[in-house]
Design a protein around this ligand. Structure first.
Ligand code: IMP
Ligand code: MG
Length: 177
């Protein structure tokens, strides 16, 4: 794809403010109880890193998992698989899953179903972006930094064909006509 322009939508400062507020909410909910914060690779890696550093609570463990999602044209469904699972034990622990974007909702639905089968003490989710326009599965998150209607965004961990993850702002990618 030829890119015409990258328009900053959520700047690094705006993201920082939202994460500070989100971390304060999370601190208030869990208090001193241990929490495992699990990032979904790759898109959430920067959001995860910033969110855990904004937490003031003690006893934070981290881990990552990775999923891949591909379409099934015949049935217009999507198949989501785990390509890398977590490694820390989560039995009887509070888990906070950190994801980059909810778009169609298939990935998030898969993640909720996955952790519903695991013997955690509690399960909550935090997402950087809730994109509502193309939702196919009714699913949401407990903590949402930003909600947007339309547009494809990159930066702050989000990619287009593995490019732009390093941009400090979340930018709308505007393709050439
Ligand atoms: P869903 O299963 O359609 O909700 O897929 C969500 C995933 O698609 C996210 O975790 C992102 O990795 C990716 N995605 C969706 N929209 C965007 C976008 O605007 N920019 C970058 N990645 C996106
Ligand atoms: Mg993703």
């Amino acid at each position: 794809m030829n890119v015409k322009e990258l328009q900053p939508l959520y700047t690094a400062d705006m993201i920082k403010q939202r994460i500070t507020a989100m971390a304060a909410d999370i601190d208030a909910v869990y208090g001193d109880e241990p929490l495992v914060v699990i990032g979904v690779l790759k898109g959430a890696f920067i959001f995860h890193a910033d969110l855990i550093r904004a937490l003031k609570k003690p006893h934070v463990e981290i881990d990552f998992l990775r999923i891949s999602s591909y379409g099934n044209e015949a049935s217009s469904s999507r198949t989501v698989t785990i390509t890398k699972d977590i490694e820390v034990p989560i039995e009887n622990k509070h888990v906070l899953l950190v994801e980059d974007i909810i778009d169609s909702g298939h990935s998030m639905r898969f993640l909720y179903d996955l952790f519903a089968m695991r013997p955690v003490r509690s399960f909550k989710t935090a997402v950087l972006l809730d994109k509502k326009e193309r939702r196919e599965v009714a699913v949401g998150a407990d903590y949402v930094a930003f909600s947007m209607d339309e547009g494809f965004v990159v930066g702050y961990g989000l990619d287009c064909a593995e490019q732009y993850r390093n941009l400090p702002d979340v930018c709308v990618l505007i393709p050439e006509e």
